[in-house]
Design a protein around this ligand. Structure first.
Ligand SMILES: C[S@@+](CC[C@H](N)C(=O)[O-])C[C@H]1O[C@@H](n2cnc3c(N)ncnc32)[C@H](O)[C@@H]1O
Length: 937
């Protein structure tokens, strides 16, 4: 026994307050990992008020270890009991206390401590503390014998084996000081930094004051829901000596552990009541059924409420609101456009902080450059919304396209260009114009209804007459055929966006024009303005003023009428493309000749270069220019469309014969006569009307009007046309045109005269039958079938009248309106010359080649023209030879047999007029042919 005592003196285990049962369940605290040291044990020590300071720890342990029901409340009197090594404690298997034999204590510290300690019984401090529910490893039975334990004992590592060390602590009446210190050191694994704090002192006092029994009868704190005392608080109850020991022991702890030692987590203390059985952070948490089920937390996010219930619930509130104040409807934000900038139209937010996150607001506040200066930045307003955000973040961004003018500084500007926003008649041009039928014809009032809105059926529109107060049945409100007025209203104030176009320098084609904004399909873009001159004046200018020029800006509008845009609008800089995005269309506005560039069938984006098909007619090889448009279907040269070059198919035998029989009259006349007079013409008329479906006639009409061609679609159509043999009126018309072209050079003056006369007759007829025009409304209203129309055509006497008879007949453009009442109506088709002529450079003579700027669009260069410098004026000339130009009414009648009156309805069906907001006509489909003869020298 004494031996054992002596052994114990050096043992690392101690039990200064020997108890029978409690001690038996004690184990080396030093072997307990710091994370499982129970703070309660510490507090208990103080509460027990034990005489020996060094025994406090042990006694506290005893108290804690005491099994429920056993002497929990009363500390047992020390009753020295000894048990032999390896003897099980009377408490049973669960209370295994292992004492370390003396010899092992003397073992040098080089021995492996873990193995030595592995067999030592370990107090389940977690369990004692009521925190064992957290850790599975210690929750059941506390069988930690096999577990490795690290023991620090005064810097010595203790080693032992299970057999050797299984000594009941009961057999150790007095624990050695070393053991005490070990235990204390273990306890000190909790925070000691707070040990000497006043708070701890207070707590310690409090603890002392509180009855010990309360602590002795303990249950798992977490389960009880009672607040747990902090470990530090409990440590503070240690005596001075113990604290010393703790501090000493702390030295062996890793820094990380010391850092954690204050935390409840470290001590496995969860102050929150456990309500559910869950795995939380890898810990299994038991349910305490005694605890009431907590009310579910309110959802953070708004839960979707059933629509029906929502409406039911919301209804009274809404009603209430309505009753109190009339519902102020929030007006839909109308998108406006700023003067400049990519985001033109968006108003800069007044509160720039609006919509930003708090972090962004903070950052923005620190960037004074971004603060609103007070006046709007019109030069380059920053992009709205995202722009500011991007600037705040200092992130680079790229605009979808260049907003700045790509003209680099120092680039030559077009010098010869002078702006002219309105056409100006020069010389005799005005007088000449007044003589033309259009001057009066345009005044005919349309018969549209408000619901039609002067759409595709509007006769004015079909005729390319713009509606105005004098000739529109609807008025400004409903009329959509006022493109030029719209353009004027748009550009009135000026400004880049309103004007919408700008001159740019292209890399290879001189200057060009690009859009500064988007345009809708068929929307009017800009007017081609300049001086309206006669052919004579044009020649003079070419010979004198422009003789050294490389480019000419002369566009033929009508017979003996040319618009010289050398001084004019920037439309003159619009380049050619074989796949254009625009069309140049000639209109008559308030009786005046006007020409404008319209968007094609697809919308135009900001920054796109604007182009139209020049349908360039070089007339001479030397004038042929290489086309650099770069489109996939590029024709290679600034030349006419392939369909124009290709000679039309040889007409049928009988047609040929009949035409030949007519003698050497004007080709036009011959063809017209053939169609109007002869049986073939009758047949053709029949064919044209009978067989023409809406689409078919449309196509013919297209051919007749010479479309600029728009995009690839147009190219496809062109191909189609090439393959398809001309039939019926088309064919005859083509042959007529061909004849015109061929015979023009030979001076088919007679024919021209005839045509001229016929044109005149048209106007006369138009005048005479002006009243009949009103009846054309019936045309639009009456959905006349093709058969009916055919009948009408047959019956129409006018159509059958031969031109040669001297009677006033129209070759075309006469629409005989028929309902069953057979009201005759004449529609005069636009007689704007279908050719644009830009006079070739170096014109020295006035030898003229006449092109048949016809519906067939055969532009046959005349052989004589090759050797001669020429002035090419298609569709009109100053000399008699120029007058060979076939009647536009014939040519523009769109594949209808000249002289064959066709109902306006039928025509309008064929001509698909634009119904867009800006009243663009169908565009290319009715675009007069534009021929551009090379202006380059
Ligand atoms: C009415 S001007 C157009 C404006 C011209 N680019 C300028 O700088 O004044 C017509 C001339 O422009 C050139 N051009 C226009 N389109 C072209 C194209 N697709 N390929 C080559 N040259 C073109 C030709 O020299 C043509 O004679």
């Amino acid at each position: 026994m004494a031996e054992l005592d002596s052994l114990l003196c050096t043992s690392s285990f101690s039990s200064s307050t020997p108890t029978d049962m409690s001690l038996s369940n004690s184990a080396s605290l030093s072997s307990t990992p710091p994370t499982t040291v129970s703070p309660d044990s510490m507090s208990l020590a103080s509460e027990l008020d034990l005489p020996k300071p060094e025994s406090i720890t042990a006694s506290s342990i005893e108290a804690v270890v005491a099994l429920p029901g056993a002497q929990e409340t009363e500390p047992q009197q020390p009753e020295p009991q000894q048990s032999e090594s390896g003897q099980q404690s009377p408490l049973g298997a669960d209370a295994i206390v292992v004492a370390e034999p003396l010899p092992l204590a003397e073992t040098p510290s080089t021995a492996r401590p873990r193995r030595a300690r592995s067999s030592l019984p370990v107090y389940n401090i977690a369990r004692l503390a009521g925190t064992d529910v957290h850790g599975r490893r210690r929750s059941k039975g506390d069988t930690v014998l096999e577990k490795r334990r690290r023991t620090i004992s005064d810097g010595k590592l203790v080693k032992g084996t299970d057999s050797e060390l299984d000594v009941s602590i009961d057999a150790l009446p007095n624990a050695s000081q070393a053991v005490h210190e070990e235990v204390d050191a273990s306890k000190a694994n909790r925070s000691v930094s707070i040990l000497h704090t006043p708070r701890n002192a207070r707590i310690s006092k409090k603890s002392l004051a509180s009855p010990a029994s309360a602590h002795l009868t303990r249950r798992a704190t977490r389960l009880s829901g009672a607040s747990t005392e902090n470990l530090t608080t409990k440590l503070s109850a240690l005596s001075k000596r113990s604290k010393k020991a703790v501090e000493k022991g702390l030295k062996g702890l890793s820094r990380e552990l010391r850092r954690l030692q204050d935390t409840n987590e470290f001590a496995h203390i969860d102050t929150r009541p456990v309500r559910y059985t869950v795995w939380s952070n890898g810990k299994y948490i038991d349910v305490d059924p005694s605890q009431p089920t907590p009310a579910p937390e309110p959802p953070r996010k708004k839960v979707k409420v059933d629509e029906t219930t929502k409406t039911v619930e919301a209804k009274p509130a809404v009603e209430k609101q309505e009753s109190t104040a009339p519902a102020a409807k929030k007006p839909h934000g109308k998108k406006k456009w700023l003067e400049k900038g990519l985001y033109a139209g968006q108003e800069a937010p007044l509160d720039i902080f609006k919509g930003l996150t708090s972090q962004e607001k903070k950052k923005l506040a620190s960037i004074p450059e971004l603060m609103p200066s007070g006046k709007p930045n019109k030069t380059l307003p920053q992009p709205m919304y995202n722009g500011l955000r991007v600037l705040i973040n200092g992130r680079d961004f790229k605009l979808p396209f260049d907003v700045c003018n790509p003209l680099p500084p120092g680039q030559p500007k077009p010098t010869a260009y002078r702006t002219m926003t309105r056409n100006r008649f020069v010389g005799n041009a005005a007088a000449y114009w007044k003589k033309t039928p259009h001057f009066e014809d345009f005044a005919s009032k349309c018969v549209c209804r408000p619901e039609d809105g002067c759409g595709e059926d509007c006769q004015n529109r079909i005729m390319l007459y713009e509606c105005d107060e004098t000739n529109c049945n609807l008025g400004k409100t409903y009329c959509t055929n006022r493109a030029f007025q719209d353009l004027q209203a748009r550009t009135k104030k000026g400004g880049r966006y309103r004007v919408g176009v700008e001159v740019v320098k292209t890399s290879d084609r001189g200057y060009g024009v690009r859009s500064n904004r988007c345009f809708e399909p068929n929307q009017i873009i800009m007017e081609y303005t300049g001086e309206i001159i006669t052919d004579e004046e044009c020649e003079r200018r070419m010979n004198e003023e422009y003789k050294d020029n490389e480019c000419y800006y002369l566009m033929s509008f009508d017979q003996n009428m040319i618009i010289d845009a050398t001084t004019g609008s920037i439309a003159r800089f619009v380049n050619h493309s074989c796949s254009p995005n625009c069309r140049m269309i000639k209109w008559i506005v308030s009786g005046q000749p006007r020409m404008a560039l319209f968007a094609g069938d697809r919308p135009i984006m900001t920054g796109e270069e604007l182009t139209y098909d020049y349908n360039f007619d070089p007339f001479s090889a030397k004038n042929v220019q290489k086309c650099l448009c770069g489109s996939p279907n590029c024709r290679g040269v600034l030349g006419p469309k392939p369909k124009e070059v290709k000679p039309p198919k040889i007409p049928k035998e009988d047609d040929k014969k009949k035409k030949k029989k007519k003698g050497p009259k004007s080709a036009v006349k011959a063809s017209v006569q053939a169609k109007v007079k002869g049986s073939a013409a009758k047949a053709a008329a029949k064919v044209s009307v009978k067989t023409s479906t809406k689409t078919a006639t449309k196509r013919k009409l297209k051919d007749a009007f010479e479309f600029d061609g728009n995009d690839d679609d147009d190219a496809k159509t062109v191909k189609k046309r090439k393959i398809k043999a001309a039939t019926g009126p088309k064919r005859t018309l083509s042959s007529a045109s061909l004849k015109v072209a061929k015979g023009a050079a030979k001076g088919a003056a007679k024919g021209v005269t005839t045509i001229k006369r016929s044109v005149a007759s048209v106007s006369v007829a138009a005048k005479k039958k002006k009243t009949a025009l009103a009846a054309s409304s019936k045309v639009t209203k009456a959905k006349a079938t093709i058969k009916k129309t055919t009948a009408t055509v047959r019956k129409t006497a006018v159509a059958k009248k031969p031109l040669g008879s001297g009677k006033k007949t129209t070759a075309t453009a006469k629409a005989t309106v028929t309902s069953k009442k057979l009201t005759q109506t004449k529609i005069v088709f636009p007689s704007r010359s279908p050719s644009l002529t830009i006079v070739a450079a170096g014109v020295t003579t006035t030898t003229t080649t006449t092109t048949a700027a016809s519906s067939a669009q055969v532009s046959t260069p005349v052989s004589s023209a090759k050797s001669l410098p020429k002035l090419t004026l298609s569709g009109g000339g100053k000399t008699s030879s120029r007058k060979v130009t076939p009647s536009r009414k014939v040519l523009e009648s769109g594949g209808l047999i000249p002289g064959s009156p066709v109902s306006a309805k039928q025509k309008s069906a064929k001509v698909k007029a634009n119904t867009g907001p800006e009243g663009t006509p169908e565009g290319a489909k009715r675009t007069p042919k534009i021929k551009l003869v090379s202006g380059a020298k």
